[in-house]
Design a protein around this ligand. Structure first.
Ligand SMILES: *Cc1c(COP(=O)(O)O)cnc(C)c1O
Length: 371
């Protein structure tokens, strides 16, 4: 059997995104031990770089050794105790996964439902916060990758504070792609992923917790049910003070890649990266609109890094179009999920994928396959 040689694709779906040659090169450097002093220096630098990307001073900031879903579980399993009440805003797939996490932690989920493709309603959220004074946490998705909707994270965090709730924010698609201010907006716990706007291979989930979140974890009456994700234990490895001890074998080479991608982000400048995502989504929109293609989401709520377009009526087999894009143009885009399946396509402009060359290639490929 020969070695596996993947095709060279252009990744413009909901993630993973294109990985830059610089990051791939970092990934291929020699593996060293996960307790090697040099690796520990790398871990410290990654934590610093993540603090830059999250705009936070939080000490407890590090990448969980698993994909975004594990960052989600790390937040919920540590912060939610059996019997707790958690308000969860649901306007897409990832909100429903938060609900599932809450239930599996033995807690009660109070759901604020909004139609897929629309943002989280602040008034409805406030009504539930008011009606449930015993709720301890408000959880929501900052950038709903399933629909392409941005939500008003700053205002939701302010509401949570007003009603004495901690916040758990899904920033998997936000980090490095659109405005996110962990400290300035008082986000208590946040998780992300390596393969969206950081343009790293999948498999790591940056997380950050502030002092209020740590206090809640320390005052738990029951131990965290997950051994692997228990922050009290993980910290023995990620927190340099008092010497690092073995917890699990970190994915060493994946950390080289994350470090390199964060360096690239810092070199560009976080705010410049946000602006680039906006600029590229404008270029894409102008092209799509010229082809008569419409967007699902109202303009002011659109995510620049995830563009959800309505499949034109004359297309009878949307999967065949996606297959053509992939097979004839090496272009990957995303299908609709859940109630949007068969109705929309999701075109990602994440990280290294958010560049002019990709936008133009994507528009040309669409023109070719739709004719
Ligand atoms: C991709 C994504 C996740 C899950 O991340 P994985 O790395 O696939 O586990 C969670 N939330 C949002 C908003 C996402 O886009």
């Amino acid at each position: 059997m020969p070695s596996f040689i993947p095709p060279t694709r252009t990744l413009m779906g909901p993630g993973p995104s294109d990985v830059s040659p610089r990051v791939l090169e970092a990934l291929a450097r020699p593996t060293i031990g996960h307790l090697d002093p040099e690796f520990q220096r790398l871990m410290d630098e990654i934590k610093d770089l993540l603090r830059y990307a999250f705009k936070t001073k939080n000490t407890l900031t590090f990448p969980v050794s698993a994909p975004g879903s594990a960052g989600m579980e790390t937040c919920f399993t540590n912060l939610v105790e059996p019997g707790d009440k958690v308000i969860v805003c649901v306007n897409g797939v990832f909100g429903t996964r938060m609900v599932e996490n809450v239930i599996r932690c033995g807690a009660t989920a109070i759901i604020v439902n909004d139609q897929w493709g629309t943002p989280v309603c602040l008034d409805k959220t406030e009504a539930e916060l008011k009606a449930n004074p015993d709720a301890k946490i408000l959880a929501f998705v900052a950038a709903e990758t399933s629909t392409g909707v941005a939500c008003d994270t700053k205002s939701l965090c302010a509401l949570a504070q007003k009603y004495n709730c901690l916040t758990i924010v899904d920033a998997v698609t936000s980090l490095g792609g659109s405005e996110l201010e962990v400290d300035a907006w008082n986000i208590d716990a946040v998780y992300s992923g390596s393969q969206k706007c950081l343009s790293c291979p999948p498999g790591l989930s940056p997380v950050s917790f502030n002092d209020r979140a740590i206090e809640k974890i320390k005052s738990r009456k029951t131990p965290v049910q997950s051994w692997f994700m228990d922050l009290n234990l993980v910290m023995g490895y990620w927190d340099g003070t008092g010497g690092r001890s073995y917890h699990h074998t970190a994915p060493v080479n994946a950390m080289y890649a994350l470090h390199e991608s964060l360096l690239i982000l810092k070199e560009e400048g976080l705010e410049n990266a946000w602006a680039r995502h906006i600029e590229m989504s404008k270029r894409l929109r102008i092209g799509f609109e010229a082809m008569g293609i419409e967007y699902l989401v109202e303009e002011k709520y659109r995510l620049p890094q995830l563009n959800t377009i309505i499949i034109p009526q004359h297309i009878v087999d949307e999967a065949a179009i996606r297959a053509k894009l992939l097979n004839e143009h090496n272009l990957e885009i995303g299908a609709g999920l859940g109630s949007l399946a068969g109705k929309v396509w999701r075109v990602g402009l994440m990280g290294h994928s958010a560049r002019q060359e990709n936008v133009d290639k994507c528009l040309a490929a669409f023109k070719a396959v739709m004719n």
